[in-house]
Design a protein around this ligand. Structure first.
Ligand code: HEC
Ligand code: HEC
Ligand code: HEC
Ligand code: HEC
Length: 127
């Protein structure tokens, strides 16, 4: 193969990889719970894109936030990071531990919006 063909293949490969990772949120149906060493509940239902469309959430950083000195940065988002990259299992100063972070974020909004599940079995659905 000549150099140009090889370069073409390399660029397509990189392109597919970038696309696949950029759109991986479309495939999320449940929240991964493997970081809890012995999960007690079935992992929570969350159809990422469908949920956010139905709930009419405009800003990614409603959930994927970035804080600096205790202030949420309105123009920044952290969708390239997992919640657990910043939230450990236990609370750390003002950062709630992972389970609390999810419950505050998910249930907190559902309570405020008076829409969306707030009962354990509605999110942690037995398959
Ligand atoms: C709005 C959705 C929602 C509701 C309602 C909810 N949870 Fe969760 N919960 C989550 C998410 C998201 C996680 C983190 C990912 C996971 O474990 O599925 C989580 C994690 C957990 C965990 C840690 C992981 C595990 O399985 O051990 C426990 C325990 C838990 N929830 C118990 C409860 C209990 C008890 C209730 C009811 C009082 C409840 N949850 C209600 C969404 C919810
Ligand atoms: C209602 C909350 C919420 C909103 C709004 C939201 N996301 Fe997410 N997103 C999540 C959760 C929760 C995960 C799973 C994170 C984890 O497992 O730590 C996730 C995962 C992702 C992932 C995959 C991360 C990975 O490494 O696998 C991407 C990419 C992503 N979101 C992009 C976006 C973009 C872009 C927007 C705005 C258009 C957005 N999200 C809006 C909650 C949200
Ligand atoms: C880049 C790091 C980072 C990522 C990624 C991150 N957080 Fe946070 N989060 C923080 C910090 C720092 C605070 C403490 C904010 C303060 O100082 O009050 C916080 C606070 C919170 C709080 C309490 C304050 C509030 O906004 O209600 C919740 C709930 C929360 N995070 C949920 C989540 C969830 C759910 C995800 C994943 C979708 C996530 N966080 C991803 C850094 C992060
Ligand atoms: C900023 C607000 C907001 C946040 C944050 C949020 N939700 Fe919701 N959620 C909604 C609203 C609003 C609905 C109701 C949508 C409708 O049916 O009109 C909903 C509905 C749902 C439903 C019902 C089925 C569906 O997809 O409509 C599930 C399950 C759910 N949410 C899980 C979660 C989980 C798990 C999280 C945390 C990772 C979360 N939600 C975070 C606002 C939110």
């Amino acid at each position: 193969m000549n150099k140009r063909v090889l370069l073409g293949i390399a660029m397509v490969t990189v392109g597919v990889f970038v696309l696949a990772s950029a759109y991986s949120q479309e495939d999320i149906t449940h929240i991964d719970h493997r970081m809890f060493s012995q999960p007690q509940r079935p992992s929570a239902i969350f159809n990422h894109d469908e949920h956010n469309e139905k709930a009419e959430i405009e800003e990614c950083n409603e959930c994927h936030h970035v804080y600096e000195d205790g202030q949420k940065l309105e123009d920044e988002s952290s969708e390239d990071q997992l919640c657990m990259e910043c939230h450990e299992l236990n609370d750390m100063d003002r950062r709630p531990g992972l389970m609390k972070a999810y419950h505050l974020n998910c249930k907190g909004c559902h309570l405020k919006a008076k829409k969306g599940p707030i009962l354990c079995g509605e999110c942690h659905v037995k398959e």
